[in-house]
Design a protein around this ligand. Structure first.
Ligand code: IMP
Ligand code: MG
Length: 221
């Protein structure tokens, strides 16, 4: 799939290294038994409980955006967001980033219709030239780490100046690859979650909260 390359912007000089450090504000750890808001009645048949409320999400996104704006200050970054799970998170995050940025997407799917990690399928390739650029790579959740690892392998030969990673959720219990994200919204236990962009069989992405799917909803019919 050959697509026309967008006009490159000149590199900024002098190059100010962005902070190599990882997130300074502590990501929120969500406890397995955390009981919060009631599940809205229209979702009660499908969702067992709300794990992270819209209010918690929005507060944490503001913290992350402040941090990212500070770390990338004086740079022009390319935000590379993985489709489809990041759409809500991405939209809310970048509207708070007070930085010049360019936005592009990589389409990648790892789950198919189940809850277990499957083979990676790429559905859209990157169009922007990231050579010499600061890249902020965004995903919805870091689970086994295979997706993030594979995408990093794709980005490396494109010679970006640096790649920082940002995820809404981190599920460290299931990690297979040795990889961590630089910016993490919430650390969650080993549960299959949906909402705020995350799906089960392409459903539930529109939930305004992150919730735990009822087991009967994710088992084969
Ligand atoms: P990884 O490659 O195993 O790290 O998985 C990353 C991808 O799997 C994410 O981008 C999600 O699309 C999907 N995923 C992992 N855990 C969940 C979950 O609990 N709910 C929904 N999707 C998930
Ligand atoms: Mg995904």
């Amino acid at each position: 799939m050959k697509r026309p390359s967008p006009r490159p912007t000149p590199p900024r000089s002098p190059a100010q290294p962005i902070s190599p450090s990882t997130s300074k504000t502590k990501s929120r750890t969500v406890k397995p038994g955390a009981r919060g808001t009631m599940v809205p009645k229209e979702w009660r048949d499908d969702v067992d409980r709300v794990l992270i409320t819209p209010r918690q999400i929005s507060r944490r996104i503001r913290e992350l955006s402040t941090e990212i704006s500070r770390d990338f200050s004086g740079r022009e970054m390319v935000v590379v967001s993985l489709l489809n799970g990041t759409v809500l998170f991405l939209a809310d995050l970048i509207r708070h980033l007070s930085l010049p940025l360019r936005l592009d997407f990589i389409g990648v799917s790892s789950y198919g219709a189940g809850t277990e990690s499957g083979e990676l399928v790429f559905t859209k390739e990157l169009r922007l030239d990231v050579r010499g650029r600061d890249v902020l790579l965004i995903d919805d959740i870091l689970d086994t780490g295979r997706t993030m690892m594979r995408v990093r392998e794709i980005l490396t030969p494109l010679a970006p100046r640096c790649v920082r990673t940002c995820v809404l959720l981190d599920k460290p219990a299931r990690r297979v690859e040795s990889i961590q994200a630089d910016y993490v919204g919430f650390v969650i236990p080993d549960l299959f979650v949906v909402g705020y962009g995350l799906d089960y069989a392409e459903r539930y992405r529109n939930l305004p909260f992150v919730g735990v799917l009822k087991p009967e909803r994710s088992s084969p019919a």
